[in-house]
Design a protein around this ligand. Structure first.
Ligand SMILES: [Zn+2]
Ligand SMILES: [Zn+2]
Ligand SMILES: [Zn+2]
Length: 759
């Protein structure tokens, strides 16, 4: 019997061919296996029917842990057997099947870690030790099929020893494309900030020592550079904040081990699972009572972003020091993508760091670390990137067309929706300039090539001035693709609907800003969305509040507070007394009062983020937003130990949830009620109010599902209270599990509207 098998999914770069080889040999089958140019694997087997059946069973049941099989296409061939043994063939260039993809980067496996520590092993102490089960993939691949010559490992020909292992069917490195050793593999070296090499026989451990002593280093990893520093010493952290123009934005840290992470943060079993997973994301952990790192790491926040080492190099860094953790933050100049090339690093980071720890392997595709947090026992993506991209999100149904989603403006990623798979790019960032636009374009093109997709349409935001909208238009014109514009909050809800395969949902979306269908600034919305319709209904929203001075208002929460409070109380005294929290002091305060009186230059927004911002200024939690989401994040931290002291009943006027009353009540209770309780009360009010309004609308429209999306859905208190309110009424409450609730989920939602709606 002869059978030809095509397997699609994540089957290249995960030890699939060696597995097929061993399985075929085990059952005495002959034939071949080879990688295809479309990221799939082709197998021909010849032998007895029973043996082939056993082979087919093992193919799915015993596949390598990192492999994902989407489809197995078999065809029985006529004719006599042609092979007298089973062989791994050279890859083919065939590309007619689409939808397979190469795997994300994989953290060092336990076997490699053991070898790294074994003085008798030839790869003892080798910083880039890897095997078929671990190492970089996405970040080193230039084109398909996944063969060494198509990766940046091409420049490192195998030595005799590595070659032997590579060709040995029972070796763990059989056909492992990243295999290397100290003799033949990439080299690591230390330089000054000017790039002058420092001779040292152990540059990685020396780098660890320098960090521990207080130096700042740029360290090249898999997907880009990290800027690293001590997590306890004030001097380097201050210097880093100054140089990176990061007044208060939290730095991620890398802990030496799970145990040391537990010495300064609370880690539950779900968080432990994430921290030690092969994706090794940054996990936002609550600081513990024994938190001992510098307050400069994550100022005024209750949590800190922690990851564990994910390469041999990271482990070696900690060897000769006692530090529990190092700061390890993405090296990206303001509004630029993460730095990936050595020259670029010298140029852009030389002024910030004292030393560089370089290696000489090129990075084909930059990729930032992923960030998650855990609500109860649910994983919440803040950023989905390294360790996850480009693995697809599997949907329950097939889309009608292949659609690219280009996303919005902030925290952007792109998405390729193909049949029942959504491939989401690595984190691109804020797309506002030429560099980030180019990165978005490159990441999208790479995704299209990797998945061998034939695109029909491109989806983007409704905002006429977004860079991504202009780019979508260009690409649509150039390629003859259909252009589909999707309202920002609709995209959020569509993503949620598709993740959970529901046909109809009342979605609550809370974030900072999205361009509404009326051109107004939206951000606290209740929408009715259905699967087949490209339209949606806005059923309710937060009360519109004045946005004094537009962009200045989003930067300085005092302005929001003044706008809201002025509707109910006389704020003159308060504003003048607190005018030092405005960049231009009293002059500005007087101008604001004048503006409010005359009502000029005041636009409005229904944004939930802005209401929270206003409260931060009233409570003195935050007066300036120096990074995206800062006031709201700090308010959540302030509320963590609070309770709903005000217990205000939601005031709903028609389709609108009043926000003036709660903000005024907070103002009036300062000094009478604790800051934590007031911070909690506003969360509770908004969550209960929005949930009540959504419940009312869901009943009116006979909808059983209420969802919560938007950046504010990362907020644990809002999510918990909303869930309790919805579930108490017997409806199902849905949140994101596969994509970020923030704007990192928007391109997926856009693509979903484009791919599943009837046009
Ligand atoms: Zn390994
Ligand atoms: Zn070697
Ligand atoms: Zn949003």
């Amino acid at each position: 019997m002869r059978i030809k098998i095509n397997v699609t999914g994540i089957v290249q770069g995960v030890g699939f061919r060696p597995f097929i080889y061993r399985t075929a040999v085990k059952y005495g089958l002959t034939g071949y296996v080879r990688n295809r140019g479309d990221a799939g694997v082709e197998i021909l087997i010849e032998g007895k029917e029973q043996d082939i059946q056993n082979f087919m069973r093992d193919l799915t049941a015993k596949r390598p842990p990192l492999a994902q099989i989407h489809e197995i296409i078999t065809a029985t061939l006529q004719g006599k057997t042609e092979h007298d043994k089973f062989t791994i063939y050279k890859s083919s260039e065939e590309t007619e099947l689409s939808g397979s993809v190469i795997p994300p980067d994989i953290a060092i496996c336990n076997e490699c870690l053991t070898e790294l520590r074994n003085p008798k092993d030839p790869r003892y102490d080798y910083f880039f030790i890897t095997c078929t089960n671990c190492g970089p993939r996405f970040t080193i691949i230039e084109k398909l099929p996944y063969d060494r010559e198509n990766t940046t490992m091409r420049e490192f020909p195998l030595c005799g020893f590595c070659q032997k292992e590579y060709a040995d069917p029972i070796n763990r490195r059989f056909h492992a494309q990243t295999v290397a050793c100290p003799k033949c593999g990439p080299k690591v070296y230390l330089t000054t900030r000017n790039g002058e090499q420092i001779q040292h026989d152990d540059p990685v451990r020396e780098a660890g020592r320098l960090l521990s002593e207080g130096s700042i280093l740029a360290i090249k990893g898999y997907g880009g550079f990290h800027v690293a520093a001590s997590s306890t010493k004030e001097k380097p952290l201050m210097a880093l904040r100054r140089a990176k123009h990061r007044q208060a934005k939290p730095f991620a840290i890398m802990a030496r081990s799970l145990e040391t992470a537990k010495s300064f943060a609370e880690v539950n079993s779900k968080e432990e699972e994430l921290l030690t997973s092969s994706a090794r994301p940054i996990v936002l952990l609550n600081k513990s009572s024994t938190y001992s790192l510098s307050p400069l790491v994550a100022p005024d926040l209750h949590n800190v972003g922690v990851m564990l080492p994910y390469t041999g190099l990271h482990y070696l860094l900690f060897d000769r020091v006692d530090d529990a953790a190092f700061v390890m933050t993405s090296a990206n100049p303001p509004n630029q993508p993460i730095v990936k090339d050595n020259d670029e690093a010298l140029k852009t980071l030389g002024g910030t760091v004292d030393y560089f720890l370089f290696h000489n392997r090129k990075i084909a595709h930059r990729c930032d670390d992923s960030v998650l947090r855990v609500h109860g026992n649910r994983n919440v993506f803040v950023r989905r990137s390294r360790g996850y991209a480009p693995a697809p999100i599997m949907l329950k149904e097939k889309a009608q067309r292949c659609v690219i989603g280009l996303g919005g403006e902030l925290n952007n990623v792109s998405c390729v929706l193909l049949e029942n798979k959504a491939f989401i790019s690595q984190h691109v960032g804020d797309v506002e300039n030429v560099e980030t636009k180019a990165f978005l374009q490159e990441a999208t093109n790479h995704l299209i090539r990797l998945t061998n997709s034939h695109v029909d349409a491109i989806a983007c935001d409704l905002h006429p001035k977004f860079t991504t909208t202009a780019l979508a238009r260009e690409l649509a014109d150039e390629n003859g693709w259909q252009l589909i514009q999707v309202q920002h909050h609709h995209a959020h809800v569509a993503a949620l609907m598709m993740e959970h395969a529901v046909d109809e949902i009342v979605g609550v979306v809370c974030d900072g800003y999205g361009y509404g269908v009326d051109g107004e600034a939206w951000g606290g919305e209740i929408l009715l969305c259905t699967r087949e319709s490209a339209e949606f209904k806005r059923l309710g929203h937060l009360e519109p509040q004045p946005l004094l001075g537009g962009d200045a208002a989003t930067r300085y929460p005092m302005r929001i507070a003044a706008g809201i409070l002025s509707k109910k109380v006389n704020i003159e005294d308060w504003l003048l007394r607190n005018s030092r929290h405005l960049p231009h002091g009293e002059t500005e305060a007087k101008l604001i009062l004048d503006q409010l009186q005359k009502g000029i230059g005041v636009s409005e927004t229904t944004s939930c983020g802005r209401v929270l911002d206003g409260v931060t200024a009233i409570l003195g939690v935050c007066y300036e937003r120096s990074y995206e989401g800062e006031p709201a994040m700090k308010l959540e931290s302030a509320a963590m130990k609070g309770k709903d002291a005000l217990k205000m009943k939601p005031i709903i006027n028609g389709d609108v949830l009043d926000t003036t009353q709660i903000v005024s009540a907070i103002f009036e209770n300062i000094g009478k009620v604790s800051k934590a309780d007031l911070a909690y009360s506003v969360h509770a009010y908004l969550a209960r109010g929005l949930a009540s309004l959504a419940l009312e609308k869901a009943l009116e429209n006979s909808v059983k599902f209420i969802g919560f999306s938007g950046g504010a859905a990362c907020n644990q208190i809002l999510t918990r209270v909303m869930r309790e309110t919805v579930e108490a009424e017997g409806l199902t409450f849905l949140v994101h599990e596969a994509v970020p609730s923030g704007d990192g989920g928007v391109s997926f939602g856009q693509a979903v509207v484009g791919g599943f709606s009837r046009f």
